[in-house]
Every structure is written in C-alpha cells, then in structure tokens.
Design a protein around this ligand. Structure first.
Ligand SMILES: [Zn+2]
Length: 485
C-alpha cells in the first residue's frame, strides 16, 4: 500500500475520511485544534461532555463536521502524552485504520503525527498497514476493506517510506501465516521466499530433500518423513555490509502444519497449527524489509520447513536421530518437533559463520502458560546479546520477557540411550527445557531464542488488528538489524 504524503490543511483536505489524534487530559492540538477551530469548538464540547474519549485506541467517527471538507472525521485516542511511544503510535493508527476499513473508501488521510519523532511516524504507518489488512482472505463478504488511497500529513518522507516498507513486510509475514496449510507447505513456502528474494535483491538458496540428506540434517528429516510433502531449507542472504564484516543470523521455525505426528494433537490444539511456521514467515518478512531499506549490514536468514504428519513413515517415540552436528537425540514426543527442525538449522547457521543468532519459533505451549498470549519468551546463552535483542523489542513496543537458563535444566533433557531427548521431565519449565535443547546446537555462538507461541497468532481480534497472524517481531528484528555491526 503506497503512502501519499500531503501538506494540505486538515479541514480543507478532500477525502472520504480524515484521522486526527487526541491526547488524554489535554486540549486538542495540531490538526485536532485546526478541526476544532473550523467547527466552532465542536471537539472541545464533545470532550467536555465525554462524548469522545482520548483513551488509547478508542476511535470515534464524526460525520458532517461543519467547515470540514472530509465526510468523516475519525478521532483516535492517543492516551497520555507523556506515555506516548512507538507502540502507542502503531496501535492508535492501526485502530483508526481498522475502524475505517469497515467499509470501502477511496481516500483516507491521517493528520495524527504532530510533533511525532521519525520513529513514531514509521511505527504509525506500519500500524496503518496492519489495521487495513484482515485475515478474511476467502470470504465473499469481506470485513476489512483497505482504502484506495492512504495519505499522511507530514514532511518526513524517509520515515513515511520506511514505515511503508516495514508495514508491507509485516503484512507479508501475516499473509504467509494466514494462508491455509493446503497452500503453504515446505515447497510452496520456499517458492514464495524465492519470489521475495528475487523481487528485493536478496541472495538465496533452497535445499531440497537430496541436499538435506547430503548435509546430514537427520533431525529435520525425521520430522518431515511422515508427510508426502518433502521438506526444504531456505537460506537468504543480504550482503549490505563490508566484506568480512560479521554476519547476523536469523533463524525461523517453519512447521507449515503441525498435527503433532504420532503424539497426535487433539482437534482443539490442532486447529490453528497452520501458524507453526510463523517464525519462518517472520524471518522472510524481516529480510524483505532489510533488503528494501538497504541496511548496511550482513544478514543471513535460515528457515527450516517441514510438515509434521502421521503416516506409516512417521518418526516414532523411541527413535534415535543423529542431528547434523553429530549429537544423538532420543524421541520422547513427536509433537516436540520444532526443536528437532531448529537443531539442524541452527547448526547450519553456525557453519555459515554467524557471529550472533536470533531464532524465532512458535515452540512451546509452556511459554504461553508462563507469559500469556501477548508476551514472547526470551532465552539465551549470552546475556549481553539477549540484552540487545530485548532493548530492540522494548523500543519497538513488542513484548519479550527473559526466562532463566539455569544449569540444572540441562539434567532434564539427558537421555538414557542417547545424548539428549527431545522433551524435559514432565511439563514443568517446558519453555526452558526446549531452549536448553536448542542450546546444544549453537556451540559458543551468542544466541537468543524468542518463543513466539503466544503472540504469533491471535484467536481474537485486537482494536488495532484483525485476529489471525500478528506479524509481531518483524519490527523488533529490523531494529536488531539496524543496530548490528
Ligand atoms: Zn508440535
């Protein structure tokens, strides 16, 4: 969605709708003040009578406002001014966009960014993209109609463009997750990633079954075996930095459908399992943004793509797998497959000379139990590196929280017959024992693992975004890449 920058006055702008923002406990300012003046103090009156609120993400639509050219004025609450940040900008713009997208409109103009920083403008425009796109891909009666034209009042051309790039990347991630598993499987996902790479100038390679066998990816291949869809590994490279500069590796779990395998999931738990490739989809979105922004850094992305299915060829409980790095793994639960896939992908990242790694995975239900639906778990072998990742998430307003990686958790993944087993003892601390498993495959490379099982996919909509894929952590990883040297 292309963003048009405009400089006309809010009250004079011809559009189906204009959006203005209000801070809590403050008189209308900027464009809101201009509309208030044009309309003879209408906004101030409505605020006084508590007919409109400036509470975060509240959106009220006013019709036929006197002396205002646009047919609709949408007033979005920005919350308290002193607490306004990138997250608030993202959500407020998303909320306004989503509300206005309830019907088809030709032109919507945003007059919210008075006094915003470039970063807040970028986040706001990203929010508009997210609010304007729904998950109703196959409904004849759509619920969300993106407007024909989106205009943004402000002169920060670079920030507006960057917001558009990151917004489009976020929606690419969301679309890949939202599309059904009959359409998104390892081969088709890899082809989509190849299209993205071609369009934005990334280097890329796709490993097919033969190559994965030649590379001894025994853990990933075992998970893939039960499906008639062969696995893939996608490797994308952005060489924006100087030759020899350190490489940042982004690794994504791409289980395009997770039935649980022989440790079969019940229907309720399986229903949303098309989202088990959200880590890989996030990584592809981030790479598109990094390439289009032309960031002066070297980044490699690796996605492990399999379908975890049931057949006579499925891997079994008690099987012993040999991972690419030579470690042997006893299988205790075929639904703990993500870590088996990531084991081999992480070892490829290490072999490709990654200086630091971030992996994203919808890895454990235990992480959702610990932190809820909106917060991702952050686990690491290197506090300094995880601190940088966390700082990037904080500044973007995407929520991560550290979980401890104490030594004694290692005991829980020891196996009687192999080096390790693929689950801990019982279900306690399951997010951490999963991370402890992954740690076995990164060697000494600084590594941060983000368990996005909660935030990747929403069963219910938010005021600022439809239900379904969230696209969360695209912004965080772009921020990590921007700070990479
Ligand atoms: Zn699983």
């Amino acid at each position: 969605m292309e963003i048009q920058l405009i400089e006309s006055a809010a009250d004079k702008t011809e559009a189906d709708a204009i959006v203005i923002g209000l801070y809590q406990d403050a008189a209308p300012s900027g464009a809101a003040a201009a509309i208030d003046n044009a309309a003879g103090g209408l906004l101030a009156k409505l605020i006084e009578r508590k007919e409109i609120s400036a509470k975060r993400n509240d959106v009220q639509t006013l019709f036929a406002v006197p002396n205002v050219a646009a047919g609709v004025v949408a007033v979005v609450g920005l919350g308290p001014k002193e607490k306004f940040d990138r997250r608030a900008a993202f959500e407020a713009c998303g909320a306004a966009a989503k509300k206005l997208a309830g019907k088809a409109r030709k032109r919507v103009a945003y007059f919210v960014a008075d006094g915003w920083t470039s970063e807040q403008t970028e986040a706001g425009i990203c929010g508009v993209h997210v609010g304007d796109e729904g998950q109703d891909l196959f409904r004849a009666e759509k619920r969300i109609f993106p407007p024909g034209e989106v205009c943004w009042a402000g002169t920060d051309r670079v920030a507006a463009w960057q917001g558009q790039v990151i917004g489009e990347a976020t929606n690419l991630t969301r679309r890949l997750v939202n599309e059904p598993p009959q359409d998104i499987y390892p081969e088709s996902f890899a082809n989509r990633a190849a299209d993205v790479a071609y369009e934005c100038g990334l280097q890329g390679e796709i490993w097919d079954l033969d190559r994965l066998e030649a590379e001894r990816c025994g853990a990933l291949l075992a998970v893939a075996r039960g499906s008639s869809r062969p696995p893939r590994m996608v490797i994308l490279r952005h060489d924006g930095g100087s030759r020899g500069a350190p490489t940042l590796a982004l690794v994504g779990k791409g289980v395009t459908f997770d039935s649980g395998g022989l440790s079969l999931k019940p229907t309720d738990g399986m229903l949303t399992m098309k989202c088990d490739m959200a880590g890989a989809a996030t990584v592809v979105g981030v790479m598109q943004a990094i390439a289009r922004l032309g960031l002066p850094v070297n980044v490699i992305a690796l996605c492990g793509l399999v379908e975890n299915m049931v057949s006579g060829r499925s891997y079994k409980l008690g099987d012993v797998l040999t991972a690419r790095n030579g470690k042997t793994i006893e299988v205790h639960n075929t639904d703990a497959e993500g870590r088996l896939v990531l084991a081999d992908v992480l070892s490829v990242a290490v072999d490709r000379g990654a200086a630091s790694i971030v992996d994203l995975a919808t890895l454990t239900g235990a992480c959702v139990v610990a932190l809820g639906l909106d917060v991702a778990g952050l686990m690491t072998n290197d506090e300094a590196w995880a601190g940088r990742v966390r700082a990037a998430a904080d500044v973007c307003g995407e929520m991560v929280w550290p979980l401890p990686m104490f030594e004694h958790f290692n005991e829980q993944i020891k196996s009687e017959v192999a080096d390790i087993k693929n689950v801990g003892e019982g279900r306690w601390g399951g997010a951490i024992t999963a991370a402890k498993f992954l740690e076995e495959f990164v060697g000494t490379t600084p590594w941060a693992h983000i368990d996005i099982a909660g935030p990747a996919f929403r069963e219910k909509p938010k005021p600022f975004a439809d239900a379904g894929a969230s696209g969360q952590f695209v912004r965080t990883l772009v921020e990590v890449a921007r700070g990479w040297k």
